[in-house]
Design a protein around this ligand. Structure first.
Ligand code: GLU
Length: 269
């Protein structure tokens, strides 16, 4: 199968050096394999996504020297995510959840490092068994029922062998929100499969999300791509570069007079 990769930025702020490095690695790996690259605009977060950031991130990636072959936007694809939810309801892999928690609000974002989804206590797990639970009701939150105690393993092409235990490292995670939006986990799996992604390149703070996504792929009968999780770029205090590090936004570096080649040279620091 020929190499197909993707860049999946979220338009919730300006791209900084940390994102740029991951996207550069994704671009280089696709280029080295003579492959195809998708730009996937992960614009599902209704509170934080902005069209201006989508425009800015594409401009910044181009400025850096990154090109891609195809483009898609997650907000155009709700019907596909909804179909996947229907499939998971019919196969009993998911249940509606009426608990209202902070993780619901955060679920359309990829969990990064210290903001991972908390382990769900399971309150609605048993409440929800019954024929009514089979009716798709998009106005409810839905969680994926994880196989407690099962060890999910995969060989990461960069980070090496990985192993996570369902129910211990992560619990029943959200796949659908009652405002009729899929979670990051579900949208990611549906889109990676729809675009026949063969290799996912992203930051290593998403390793645990990969274990969740492998369970979703299995439940939906989808092939799993290979994974390459990059090291995270940290600042001088050892903190992950986040969007609050405005000085390291590609835009600021460009305004300060750095050339794309000089910015790329900083990736190896
Ligand atoms: N949009 C996600 C992020 O910005 C990317 C997650 C992924 O590559 O799967 O963190």
């Amino acid at each position: 199968m020929s190499y197909t990769g993707r860049l999946a930025p979220s338009p919730t702020g300006l791209l900084h050096l940390g994102h740029a490095r991951t996207f550069w690695i994704a671009f280089e790996r696709a280029r080295a394999a003579n492959g195809t690259l998708w730009l996937r605009d992960e614009d599902l977060d209704p509170q934080r996504s902005r069209a201006e950031f989508s425009t800015a991130m594409k401009e910044d990636l181009h400025w850096l020297g990154i090109t891609w072959d195809h483009e898609m936007r997650q907000s155009d694809r709700i019907s596909y995510y909804h179909a996947a939810l229907g499939q998971l309801i019919s196969s009993g892999h998911t249940y509606p959840c009426t608990c209202s928690r902070k993780d619901l609000a955060q679920s359309t974002q990829a969990p990064h490092e210290d903001d991972d989804e908390p382990i769900y206590a399971g309150t609605c797990r048993t409440k929800s068994s019954g024929p009514w639970a089979l009716e798709p009701r998009p106005s409810l939150n839905y969680r994926f029922r994880v196989p407690d105690g099962e060890i999910i393993t995969f060989d990461d092409l960069h980070a090496g062998p990985q192993s996570f235990t369902a129910g211990v490292d992560f619990g029943d995670f959200l796949i659908w929100r009652k405002d009729n939006l899929p979670s990051y986990q579900l949208a990611c799996v549906v889109d990676d499969a729809a675009t026949h992604i063969t290799e996912v390149v992203r930051g290593c703070d998403l390793l645990k999300s990969t274990a969740r996504q492998i369970l979703l792929q299995r439940a939906l009968g989808l092939l799993a791509p290979q994974y390459f999780h990059c090291d995270l770029l940290r600042d001088e205090l050892g903190m992950r570069l986040a969007k609050r590090h405005d000085a390291l936004a590609l835009r600021s570096l460009r305004e300060q007079g750095f050339t794309p080649a000089q910015v790329r040279a900083r990736f190896s620091l």
